[in-house]
Each structure stands twice: as C-alpha cells, then as structure tokens.
Design a protein around this ligand. Structure first.
Ligand code: SF4
Length: 462
C-alpha cells in the first residue's frame, strides 16, 4: 500500500459499491477501493466501509504570490493572493511541473502542514491579502477543505480562485460555482489520445466542466502548457483555439504557457519564445481576442490593449503588472471604452516603498538568470512571529519594505523589468531566510539542490 497521510475524515461524493468496496464519485475516474486501500489520487480511500479524505487541511506552506502566477490577467491585475497547495492529484501527467507533491509516492511528508479553514482566512486578513488561490497540485482532490474554506472566506469578504486541470464530476462543480469567484482552468490538449496516454485522464469530461463554469458566468481564463513535441504543432493550437471560440467565446483569455523539463519528460528543452509567438499568432488568426504568453520575461509581450483606441491598459513584465490606462470603472482613460478587466485596482497593498539603498544587518543576494526569474523567499526556522524585510532591486534602484505577519512565512519575488538584474533581501532579526527557485508560474519549489546548482547566492552575516 502507498504511503498515507496521518488523520482522515469522512469524504463527500461517494457511494457503497458492494460489500467490499466503495465508489468515489468526485472525479470521472470513479475509483472503487477495497477497505484500507486508496483511490488513484492517493489521498482518498476506503476506511471501514466508507470513503475518507486523508488531506483535509493538509497543505504546502501558505505562500503569498500575485494573481498573475495563476494565469489570470483580467481580474485585479497585480493583486496579492494567498496560494494554498495540497498534495495528491487525480491525474498523472508525465510532464507534471509539481510532481514532487502531486504524486504522493514522491512526497516528502516534512513539507506538509496542517491548516484549519479559520487559520487560512486569518492569514489573509492579518496580511491584508484579499484572494485565496487553490493551486499548485490540483485542488479537485482537496474538495471538502476547499469548499469549507472558500465559504468561510467569502463570508469574511475575501475572493477565491481555483486553478485546476478540472478532471471532476458535474455535481461538485456546482458546489464550487457557489463559492469560487475566479476559475483558471488548464486545457492540456484537444487530443483525446494525449489525455489518455500523457495525463492518464479523459478529455471529454474536462471540456464539459469548462462549459459548465462558463455558463455560470464566473470569471474564467484558460491556459495551456505548450510542451515541445507533445502539443506544440499548429494543428494542436488551432484545435484549442477553435474549441474555445466555438464553446466559450473569443473573449475568454487564452494563455499559452512555457514548459520546463520535469518529472518523466526531460528529454526536451524549455518551450522557446518562438514557439509561443507562433501559438499566439495562430490563436489570434482563429479569433481569440486576448492571448497571453506565460513564463516569459519580456516587455510588450503580455500587455492588455484597449480594443477601441489601442492604448495600453495594463502593462506586464513576467509576473509584474501595472494598471496604467484604466479608471476605477474599468474604462480606458484614453477613449472611455469599457475594458475586459474586472476590479482593476484591487488587492495591491502590502509593501512600503522606501528611499535610499541601505541594506539591513543580514542579507541574501540573488541574481536573476535565464532559468530563474522568480523565487520563493521562505523563513526556514519556523514561523515565529512578525518580521520586517527590506527588498532592494539591483539595477533598478527600487527599495521596498514588507512585513511578515504571523502565519505567513513564504512569498514570491520576481523580476520586474529588464533593468532589474537581481535582488537583495535583508533583515535585522536573527531569523533565517532562503530562496527557492520558481521555474514556472504555479510551481511550488521544494528542493534546495537545484538552488545550489543554478543560483548564485551570497550570504552575509548568516
Ligand atoms: S478523486 Fe481520487 S479516489 Fe476519487 S475517483 Fe478521483 S482519483 Fe479516484
């Protein structure tokens, strides 16, 4: 039997199958585990004739990121989010970008923390974060905790975001539609054989569930990881764009996201910028209005332009976004045309801009490179109270200060422009901080081995 997480609680979405087995009805896989056996995802299984969830409240470290990490460009650009990632997955993609935590047989249990719904909401409130994002590993297999916490979050005035490959049944999606504000759904390919062979799932239910969310009129954006030799041909891109236009409309943003070699798919290079540009051209020719290219760090690639006068509404570089041409009613400040952006000024507060270049007593210095242009900064000696950090950008003369409030000890930093060459994080306390390289957006880095290999780090006073 595979490793199990400690603790369990009765799951929703199951029925008795026979005297020996129960049937899980949460995702289309419909596993029928025997007593003391688990379903395919490894986080739900049969206990005493009932289906139990083993991952309620079990999460990777709560991490502050920005909404752009989730392939959401048309809702509160630049908003800070609290990313919550579970463990286990109902799929098994050979190219998985988060395989160390999605495939439970590879899980290091030391990464797992326990949260209650109230604790997650409190972290947001104390750190003035307005959006909770269910992300990294697929939240489908975390359904009970996601729904309970999302309901509580909305009662407390927070918004909720769900990033998923969406291999899930219809009834639980209805429950999600009631408590999720923003959906970022991943459509991996339009080829049913791709789904069967590469993801170990089926395409048809994914398409039906995407249509279900679209019909609910919740905020929806679609992303597709573009993987060399798997789904990067013009025909693949055309098929995706054609389905989107026909079934959910040309106004839904479509993100083509660069892949990095991972898990069992390591014989190819990262997706090239030329491939992404070609994908964008094809999708635009097919009628998609807003096409974005993820995991790219270049000016003028991902801006949102006014469809009437062509003015720049939102300027983007990598994960950084700046609302430059919108008023509070979400209209173009140039011509007054309504934009597609919801809540254009939401969720930004958090850092204080400082003058001067002085670092604090202890520091870590890190230079961006071709592989790594964003990173998680993590307090590694336990989450012991509040702290203040100073963040200086090498080359751009920007210095900001941010507070780490109780409950939050991990946050993302990313390259903000071509003049931003690197970053110095400094602090005065005796706490310890460490960088974890983020290789893709929605990637939760767990390893420090790569860090030693690819990141030049200079520690001063630690
Ligand atoms: S959620 Fe897990 S246990 Fe349930 S059907 Fe899907 S893979 Fe199987």
């Amino acid at each position: 039997m595979k490793q199990r997480l400690s603790g369990s609680r009765l799951a929703r979405y199951w029925t008795p199958f026979n005297s020996e087995r129960v049937e899980c009805t949460l995702c289309p896989r419909h596993c029928r585990p025997k007593n003391n056996r688990d379903g395919y995802c490894g986080v739900r299984g049969a206990v005493d004739g009932a289906l139990h969830s083993f991952n309620y409240g079990k999460s990777l470290a709560a991490t502050e990121e920005v909404i752009e990490t989730e392939a959401i460009n048309h809702y509160s650009p630049g908003a800070r989010i609290l990313s919550m990632g579970n463990i286990g997955c109902m799929m098994s993609c050979s190219f998985c970008q988060n395989w160390e935590t999605s495939q439970i047989k590879h899980l290091d249990q030391q990464l797992v923390r326990d949260y209650s719904p109230q604790q997650v909401v409190d972290i947001c409130l104390e750190n003035r974060i307005e959006i909770i994002s269910w992300t990294y590993n697929d939240p489908v297999v975390w359904h009970e905790f996601v729904v309970d916490t999302s309901r509580l979050a909305q009662e407390n005035g927070l918004k909720t975001l769900y990033k998923s490959a969406f291999y899930i049944e219809e009834e639980p999606v209805n429950e999600l539609i009631d408590c999720i504000d923003i959906f970022s759904l991943s459509l991996k390919s339009m080829n049913p054989v791709f789904y069967q062979k590469i993801t170990k799932a089926r395409l048809a239910p994914v398409l039906e569930r995407i249509k279900q969310v679209h019909q609910s009129r919740r905020h929806l954006e679609i992303s597709q990881l573009v993987i060399p030799e798997l789904n990067d041909a013009d025909e693949d891109i055309k098929a995706t764009a054609e389905w989107v236009v026909k079934n959910i409309g040309s106004e839904v943003p479509l993100h083509f996201v660069a892949f990095h070699p991972a898990y069992k798919y390591t014989h190819v290079e990262r997706t090239s910028i030329d491939t992404l540009l070609r994908a964008r051209k094809v999708a635009k020719q097919m009628g998609i209005r807003y096409v974005y290219l993820g995991n790219t760090y270049r000016m003028d690639l991902n801006d949102t332009l006014c469809q009437s006068c062509g003015a720049t509404l939102v300027r983007r570089y990598g994960l950084a976004a700046e609302t430059v041409g919108l008023n509070e009613a979400s209209r173009c400040t140039g011509c007054g045309e309504m934009s597609p952006i919801t809540n254009p000024w939401g969720g930004r507060q958090g850092s204080t801009i400082l003058g001067g270049h002085k670092d604090l007593q202890r520091s870590i210095r890190f230079l961006w490179n071709a592989e790594v242009q964003s990173a998680h900064v993590m307090r590694t000696d336990g989450n012991a109270g509040d702290d203040k950090l100073r963040i200086r950008r090498i080359g751009s003369h920007s210095v900001t200060e941010r507070e780490m409030q109780h409950g939050l000890d991990r946050f993302i930093v990313s390259r903000q422009g071509s003049e931003d060459k690197g970053i110095v994080i400094s602090w005065d306390s005796d706490k310890q901080y460490q960088f974890f390289p983020v290789l893709d957006r929605a990637h939760f880095p767990v390893s420090s081995e790569n860090q030693e290999r690819i990141i030049p780090i200079k520690r001063v006073g630690t």
